[in-house]
Ligand binder design. Structure first.
Ligand SMILES: Cc1cc2nc3c(=O)[nH]c(=O)nc-3n(C[C@H](O)[C@H](O)[C@H](O)COP(=O)(O)O)c2cc1C
Length: 438
């Protein structure tokens, strides 16, 4: 879907904050987005760019569920189905993302945001990168990129990502950085699936999309994105990248990363730039949510009756996993911990809960901590793993090797309760209107 259609729908439903006063791409937009998160915002009048900017569009699971017209509890099955039943998108020859084709490249015309005073420069943070390899075909990944000149950027490419593999194999790789995407493309790009799977086919299974051939590189790109920056990333041409805020809201170190040479800019008429605050809710949702189906599947594959998985925001939507199961055997909890780690290698701590626990902690009863306090015994319910590689984003992991100590907490109650009470006491349910009025 074209992002503006969705933005117009938000406007009709009174869910959009519109800023029509003059505002700068330099720090001011990020400041507003941060202050009013998770409210979606459209900035109509930039003092330093002719384009509009939108942000906070998909900060919560319910915003994403609303977009797809499903319930939040249907997100995991919907994603699982799309990953398993991929389908090829329709290829078109004319596309909205190519309505305007620039002759030269001048990145300063674009509303590339400066998010924070410590940032090394203006950053693209919502860019979905389409790349290809002769053996594996096309791939989608997210890569932030810092502007370092009129037509040059430096991209952050984490080792082990498919795109990193393509770069190591080929030295230089043609790319299209696509900015301004709807959730089907954003979520598909954030999934970690086998190398060789074209995530555009996952996007198409989530919601039918169209693809078009890019103008100067041999890649099929999402036809309805807002902006496309075509060019190539060169492994051996390195530049300082950072500082920049990462997912854990801490400042990431400056590294030598590959340069992205921009050769062509295309966009939709009246295109809207997609802002995405690093370390904030939208970044977190897009990182964590696509891992929930893989955790779910690994737990289910062990024969455990898994009900739900939440990669929790307090753990930066990356390091902490809460799993809800219907326990049948005494060792289900400990087994589920191992399975959860197998489904998300970057996780550091895993908690397993019974079906009566709200793993989203939506009410003020602190369900997760309550279960931890009343159902967990460290001598039998704690699983500590030997040091192994975890997340590069965890500042407490060993730098360079990512070695970390992972552990899991089985917060399920025993099947044999031996007369003890593990349930929350229930209070009488009354008709409040009878006593308090309307
Ligand atoms: C908003 C967002 C920003 C991201 N930024 C980067 C980045 O700058 N560099 C990077 O290597 N991965 C980044 N990632 C993570 C990867 O894109 C993601 O884990 C990847 O799609 C895994 O796919 P792969 O297993 O196909 O490589 C980001 C993810 C999200 C959701």
């Amino acid at each position: 879907m074209i992002l503006e259609k969705y933005i117009n729908k938000l406007r009709e439903d009174n869910k959009l904050t519109v800023v029509s006063r003059s505002i700068s791409k330099n720090l001011e937009i990020a400041g507003v987005l941060s202050a009013i998160e998770p409210k979606p915002v459209l900035f109509e009048n930039l003092s330093d760019s002719d384009f509009r900017v939108a942000g906070n569009l998909f900060c919560t699971k319910s915003q994403i569920a609303d977009y797809f017209g499903i319930r939040t509890e249907d997100i995991i099955p919907t994603l699982t189905k799309a990953i398993e039943n991929r389908s090829v998108p329709e290829e078109v020859t004319e596309a909205t993302c190519q309505e305007v084709v620039h002759d030269g490249v001048d990145l300063s015309q674009l509303p590339i945001l400066v998010h924070n005073e410590i940032d090394g420069g203006p950053y693209i943070s919502s860019g979905v990168v389409v790349a290809a390899d002769p053996d594996y075909g096309q791939n989608l990944d997210f890569h932030r990129a810092m502007q370092i000149g009129e037509n040059r950027m430096v991209a952050r490419v984490v080792q082990g990502r498919d795109f990193h593999r393509f770069l190591e194999k080929n030295g230089e790789v043609d790319v299209a950085f696509c900015i301004g995407n709807a959730p089907e493309v954003l979520i598909a790009a954030a999934t970690s699936v086998e190398t060789g799977i074209n995530e555009l086919e996952i996007a198409n299974a989530l919601q039918p999309i169209k693809v078009v051939r890019a103008k100067t590189v041999d890649l099929l790109i999402p036809a309805e994105c807002e902006f496309v920056l075509e060019g190539r990333v060169i492994l051996d041409e390195k530049h300082d990248e950072g500082p920049f805020i990462d997912l854990t809201e801490t400042v990431d170190v400056v590294r030598q990363e590959p340069v992205f040479e921009v050769k062509k800019i295309t966009h939709r008429k009246n295109a809207i730039w997609q802002g995405l605050l690093p370390g904030h809710a939208e970044h977190k949702i897009l990182m964590g949510m696509p891992r929930e189906p893989t955790v779910y599947k690994k737990v289910k594959d062990l024969g455990i009756d898994v009900i739900d998985v939440n990669i929790t925001p307090g753990g930066s939507s990356w390091l902490h996993v809460a799993v809800k199961i219907r326990k049948k055997y005494e060792d289900d909890g400990l087994k589920a911990i191992e399975a959860a780690f197998a489904g998300h290698h970057s996780a550091k701590h895993v908690w397993i809960y019974d079906e009566d626990i709200d793993i989203y902690d939506r009410q003020s009863r602190y369900d997760r901590e309550w279960a931890f306090a009343t159902r967990f015994q460290a001598d039998v319910d704690l699983l500590i793993k030997d040091k192994e590689p975890g997340s590069s984003l965890d500042p407490s992991a060993e730098s360079g090797t990512k070695l970390t100590t992972k552990c899991g907490f089985d917060c399920t109650k025993p099947l044999e309760t031996e007369g003890k009470s593990y349930e929350r006491a229930k209070f009488p349910s009354v008709d409040l209107k009878k006593f308090l009025g309307e």
